[in-house]
Ligand binder design. Sequence first.
Ligand SMILES: [Zn+2]
Length: 286
Amino acid sequence: MLLLGAHFSIAGGLHQALLAAKQYGCTALQLFTKNSNTWKERIVTDEEIDRFRQVREEVGITAIASHTSYLINLASPEGQKHHMSKEALIHELERSASLDISYVVLHPGAHMESGEENGCLKIAETINEVFDRVPPRETKLLLETTAGQGTNIGYTFEQLALIIKHIKDKNRVGICFDTCHTFAAGYDIRTPEAYAKTMEKFDEILGLNNLQLIHLNDSKKGLGSRIDRHEHIGKGMIGSAAFKEIMNEKRLENVPKILETPKGKGETDYDKINLKVLRNMMVERY
Ligand SMILES: [Zn+2]
């Protein structure tokens, strides 16, 4: 079954994201389990958990990812910031597990001039501490590929491999492949040949079995620009061919695919358009 969805809002309650996904005919979705721009934690009540579970059964969607707060930086050299980041990740994993959410997506971190390798090791070490404090559940922590903007880590497959290498419980981690980020980081996927090469590299360095979630975004900025700006599918610098490859990739058939393209503020329903564009890409081939 095709697992395709988008990031949906939780305004009005966590279950609203599920209802929105259903409305768009989605079979997967991503949400925030709290306000992503603040440190303030959100305690989910038993009532909210029950409601979420009930609506989830009604809509029949099981491929659900939560995206961590943008403030979390596990590589921060600042003591207080690092501590807050660790605590926030613990809260996120616990909250997501209580909601039976399968994946928690994390931007690995920014080294803030403390060095890339140093940053990778600090991230791994922190994740080990986090796992020690959160009992193992079904929920997996996914490190997202980044564009490498500023001092962000995770813009090369090697950096992600280094982080995973130092994580003790490897069963609890995986990778979220963001098409916009990897492209901005310098991995070309614009032609079938370039796509095959990038995937081969991913498989060699990280292993395709570790690719557990895909963020489908076109890019406003060019190859290797190291700038993270999402664009509508087929309307950016990546173009349609890459997405046709992904949508028809047998090896990624069971990997949930999530849109994070701009929602737009006017009358146009961009999620509807982008989802249709992607679905049509599959029909075109077969
Ligand atoms: Zn993403």
